[in-house]
Ligand binder design. Structure first.
Ligand SMILES: Nc1nc2c(ncn2[C@@H]2O[C@H](COP(=O)(O)OP(=O)(O)OP(=O)(O)O)[C@@H](O)[C@H]2O)c(=O)[nH]1
Ligand SMILES: [Mg+2]
Length: 641
């Protein structure tokens, strides 16, 4: 059995609710005030089974003051029943509702002429002509027109037959999107707690599911489910669904909020979009105009910034714009929305979300922003993904960001990500997506930065990793830095050693004078053996003139970097050869003292031929190096690894 949503639309008093009741036996007007005034105020619901088609009706109010409520129901409609009363013909909200359905991208439907018992044949033909004219050039252009009377029942069977026929042609909802239920009603039921209802526009909801209520960001659990007033284990896209929620209080829930998988989608307040302005709109959409923004079942106020030059979108045309909202909403790429003027509240435009997490565009970046938004308008998902990643620039895009922006399922995300990586337009580095152009840019910046550093500090082995990261990757996700350096290393461009990164070809070049000086310093330490001289002493012994002390210290550091000298403690250095010899002696000693391999300080002093002044720092050095390990006042000489 397939499920679909049929939405009514049309002018006030044209018989929408009477029609739904005649078809289903259910009165969609449930509020006492509706019954008293004889008009619909808020959305009404009813259901009907036709062969293997299960129809959920969403009945909307025709009153111009309640278009806002109409919009909360119109977003999830598969099939439009455009209602026109035979005795009145096309009226203002017939047009406005129809415009809204077109702008929301409704693709299927029919025209229902109601109250046919009130008119003669001649009049009926006139109204049919009027209806044809209204829908000309739209998705209803060649749709059936059925005349009915809710009073006499005339035409109802024909209408049911048409609904069955059309129902077969409505394509099933795409399986490519994660679960979303925009909430149009919330109430509490004694003994059950919070219940929300809405049209499940994608995915499925099952008992015990952990979901998130957005934009509240509250985690909730599904206690129970109903579809068409029947308890079910699982609800599917295209069904009117009631969900009993645990973990939230009814008072926290508002129409327009959305149920989605926990941690998957995110609220937003700035979106980039394509906007189509109605030909009949009173004026062009301009920057800074305050608008009512309707998405899903939500309405929030916002301001438009037109991204085109000149910065206006005239009636009957379309263009790119950014909408900044006064409250957060849930939106994913491809969602449709409606713009109404602030006052008077009239429908002026509709649009489609391109980038749901947009950032402010500076005037000089507008051309590039437009280019990327145009890519997001293409049908190909690979191009969309590439555009999202390119828009993120050097910062990169995490898979979770992409999931939130697109609403795509994991399967779709994985497939499209594999495709763009194969094409080479997007690279994954350190688990983050980076556009090819950003990768090239960052690579170039790293190499240039290292080159500059080597020029400036020819005696330094390389640049501190952290400094390089701050200079080049300040705006990038941290994962990108490590990933990119690893790539450059694999390509043989750079070498990274502990906390230092250098260009592969960089070697410390010494002048003849420096080479001699460096050799003298090394000789001093080699000659001194374990009796390490103080730094001053070493300088004096190496005949370093006072003016060259700073340079000599750099050379000394270089000797350490190159492994010729070893820092034992503070400013106590020894030649690596000396330390190596000592290590050898320790191991020989150990082999004669198996199995405990213990040595105490006096024995070490003897072995090394040093006084306590050197013995203690040396032993501590060996502890750090894990040549020895402290055990009470003795040391265990560890086996070489
Ligand atoms: N004679 C006749 N009257 C009808 C028919 N359908 C509806 N009506 C009457 O028209 C009036 C309005 O009908 P509703 O169904 O409430 O109209 P609606 O389009 O739902 O109105 P709103 O929801 O307020 O926009 C009621 O008094 C109905 O009894 C019909 O087929 N024939
Ligand atoms: Mg009604």
């Amino acid at each position: 059995m397939s499920s679909l949503i049929v939405g009514t639309a049309g002018h006030i008093d044209h018989g929408k609710s009477a029609l739904v009741r005649a078809l289903t036996g259910i009165d969609p007007d449930r509020l006492p005030e509706e019954k008293r005034r004889g008009i619909t105020i808020d959305l009404g619901f009813a259901d009907l089974e036709l062969d293997d088609l299960r129809i959920g009706f969403v009945d909307v109010p025709g009153h111009e003051r309640f278009v806002k409520n109409m919009l909360a129901g119109a977003h999830g409609v598969d099939l439009l029943a455009l209602v026109i009363a035979a005795d009145e013909g096309v009226m203002p909200q017939t047009r406005e509702h129809f415009d809204i359905c077109r702008l929301l991208g409704v693709r299927n439907g029919l025209v229902v002429i109601t109250k046919r018992d009130l008119v003669d044949e001649e009049m009926l033909v006139l109204v049919e002509d009027e209806a044809r004219e209204l829908v000309g050039g739209s998705f209803l252009e060649s749709a059936p027109i059925v005349a009915v009377s809710a009073r006499t029942g005339a035409g109802l069977d024909q209408l049911k037959a048409q609904l069955t026929e059309l129902g077969k042609r409505v394509p099933p909802r795409s399986q490519d999107f994660v679960t979303r239920l925009p909430i149009d009603r919330a109430f509490s039921m004694k003994g059950f707690g919070a219940v929300v209802t809405g049209t499940l526009i994608s995915g499925r909801i099952a008992e015990a599911d952990e979901l998130e209520l957005l934009p509240l960001r509250a985690n909730v659990r599904v206690r129970g489910l109903q579809v068409h007033n029947q308890p079910v284990r699982e609800a599917h896209a295209g069904q009117r669904t009631a969900v009993n929620l645990a973990g939230v209080d009814t008072s926290q829930i508002e129409r327009g909020m959305v149920l989605a998988p926990a941690g998957r989608l995110r609220p937003t307040q700035v979106v980039d979009a394509w906007i189509d302005v109605l030909p009949g709109a009173a004026r062009a959409v301009r920057s800074r105009s305050r608008v009512r923004f309707h998405i899903g079942a939500a309405e929030v106020l916002g301001r438009v910034r037109v991204l085109e030059a000149p910065a206006e979108i005239v009636p009957g045309s379309g263009g790119l714009a950014q909408v900044r909202l006064e409250a957060p909403v849930v939106a994913v790429h491809g969602d449709r929305f409606i713009l109404r003027s602030y006052s008077p509240a009239e429908t002026i435009a509709g649009g489609v979300i391109l980038d749901p997490f947009a950032t402010k565009h500076r005037a000089k970046d507008l051309a590039r922003a437009r280019e990327l938004l145009r890519l997001l308008q293409r049908d190909e998902r690979a191009e969309k993904l590439t555009a999202f990643v390119r828009a993120a620039g050097d910062r990169g895009l995490r898979p979770a960001d992409l999931a939130a922006a697109t609403g795509w399922t994991n399967d779709v995300l994985a497939r499209v990500a594999a495709e763009v990586q194969k094409q080479g337009s997007v690279i994954e580095t350190g688990g983050v997506y980076l556009a090819r152009e950003s990768l090239e840019h960052l690579r170039g910046a790293v190499l240039a930065e290292l080159e500059r550093h080597h020029k400036r500090e020819p005696l330094a082995r390389g640049m501190l990793r952290e400094t390089l990261r701050e200079k080049v990757f300040a705006r990038s996700f941290p994962e990108i830095f490590a990933g990119l350096i690893a790539r450059l290393e694999a390509d043989g461009k750079v070498v990274s050693e502990k906390d230092i990164v250098r260009l592969k070809e960089h070697s410390v070049g010494l002048s003849e004078q420096d080479t001699k000086l460096s050799e003298r310093i090394e000789q001093v330490y080699l000659a001194a053996g374990v009796e390490a001289p103080s730094l001053d002493d070493a300088m004096t012994r190496a005949n370093v003139p006072a003016t060259q002390r700073t340079q000599a210290r750099k050379l000394l550091q270089l000797l350490i970097d190159n492994g010729k000298l070893v820092r034992i403690q503070g400013e106590m250095f020894m030649h690596a050869q000396v330390v190596q010899d000592l290590k050898g002696k320790l191991h020989t000693y150990a082999s004669r003292h198996e199995p405990d391999r213990l040595i105490d300080v006096p024995a070490f002093k003897d072995l090394a031929g040093v006084s306590r002044k050197y013995a203690i720092p040396l032993l501590e050095y060996f502890d750090r190096e894990q040549t020895t390990r402290r055990a009470g006042d003795k040391r265990v000489i560890l086996k070489p690894r």
